[in-house]
Design a protein around this ligand. Sequence first.
Ligand code: SF4
Length: 682
Amino acid sequence: MSTTDKYARLFEPVKIGPHTARNRFYQVPHCNGMGHMRPQAEAAMRRMKAEGGWAVVSNQETEIHPSSDLSPAAEGRLWDARDIPALRLMTEAVHDQGSLAAIELVHNGNHAPNLLTRAPLLAPSDMSVDSIQPKQARAMDKTDIRNFRKWHRDAAVRARDAGFDIIYVYAGHRMTLTQHFLLPEMNNRTDEYGGSLENRARLMRELLEDTHEAVGDTCAVALRFAVDEMMGADGMQAREEGQAVVEMLAEVPDLWDVNVSDWANDSATTRFQPDDGYQTPYVSFVKKLTTKPVVAVGRLTSPDMMLSMVNKGIVDFIGAARPSIADPFLPNKIAEGRIEEIRECIGCNICVSADNLGVPIRCTQNPTMGEEWRRGWHPEVIAKKGCEDDALVIGGGPAGLECAMQLAKRGYMVTLAEAGSGLGESALAGLAAWQRVADNRIYDLQQRANVSLFLESNLTAADVIELGIPNVFVATGATWRADGVGRSSPTPMDIHAGANVLTPDDIMSGTLPAKGRILVYDDDQIYLAGVLAQDLAQKGHAVTFVTPASIVSPWTEMTLEQARIQRSLIELGVDIQTGQRLTRIAADHCEAACVYSDRNTQLPSDSVLLVTERQRTTGVYDQLRADPQAGLTTLELIGDAASPGLIADAVYAGHMAARNFEADPDLIARQDYTRELIDLSS
Ligand code: SF4
């Protein structure tokens, strides 16, 4: 059986209310940091998903009223008719590609701090806003509930007028008023909207019925419902109230989009949830209780798993947010039997971090994500070469691999030389899936006749000159400092000659600390020190984790992992010392100063792992640059060697360099892109 025949079932049309999806691939609503602030970028990004074969393409949570104001986050907005033209850009873009467009209407209740509008916050019961803001929400009275229903109904009509085919009622992620009414821990009302499950679900039923009534048979009405809060008996559980809700409303929506709550559980990273399809055990009961189509997610990237979920009657649609970000062309690749070419999501949540930071989405695996409109990048298309010159890429990390792959796609003869052969961070606890970044690119390079790969090949400047390749891209990366310089220590630390000091590079290349207690010092405060502490503790080392920050790995709040990281270190018995700046490393102990009081503490340590800052590796680049005999047409430093950052940044830099090769240097120097400017005419 051909691959195409094998997966034919995934390409059957499926009816959703009055519409028919052309296949079973369904991009569920997900945020992208564009929304109402960058509607042209949003439209182009969603168009790309439709072009890549997703039969349904959803936007993101879309505020229906100024009392649900998520500013400064850039989500969707449909407060009134003036928002329709911006949203219509997306529906037209998606329809152009033959797909259905869905909109996720939302009132965020106490999740919306209303910082822009300053509207009073609304909730089922009196409660604090669910972020650190000096605000509380008030319990909605009957007038508030009537108003909310009217806002939702009016927004549904506007969504229809904007061209959407599917309109969501959203009850998930612990972020929506509809779900808040449902949850006993958030709803202590004594009227007909509180108490029994039937009462708590009343508003959800009313919104579904209102939406049906408002849009008639022009649009399908979907319910996004979190069946389980993953809090055990302290929250909604799939086998109890989650199931009862589906039984109660089984035939009311035209489609069930089911998942788990909260967002950190729904969008779990591979570090803490390595299994693709991890939501299946929670949602598999839904289809047994309804005749309506069901869509579910769980970082689904394996076509075999997708097929099995359809064949087993678990879902009608393969839902995806992150897999569709990492590879917008995933459905088309399956349809065309190009399974090996799928860029699998690595579950790192860098995409999520962009939304949390209020900037356009980015992706570790897909550097074109978020650049569809402003730079005109396409994930599968790149300009053909403009000259016959060859290119040499030095360094086979994420920047070098991406640069070499894209140059090869453009048609250049490419030589890639890599000094090492290790797995890097993917060798560490929980990060195995990160190897997909390299695997995808190495596979691609190995298929191409115009690529020469040299592993364990440590090129010197003289070697490069001798090779005679005129265009050289240097992606030699960066190494972790061993002198303690970092955010909190601008000058080298006082380190005793007998101290046993390690860096992340040592651990990643297989060096293990000596027996005894290891002190992991995290002045980086991103994610790596937490990973290393976990890795070492799991290998049986006694670990002390010291950081000037007030929590472990603070940046990982952006990737929804921080609480899990801190919990895992606590459970592994790691001694966590926050608010401490390391000042001295001796042979058998370290000295630390409280970042607030400067009070000194002594901490026992037999070895110290410094995770502070990186030093760029630029030796070959510097020598070539200084050599007038080098005779190179292009010499470009890329990735961590140019500016250390995330893996996503390195991949992006490699991609950018390949796209920019042979472009006008003045344009490149301006770092320009198309911007969505505010219209000052009204
Ligand atoms: Fe997946 Fe990471 Fe890309 Fe998000 S950023 S889609 S988690 S690979």
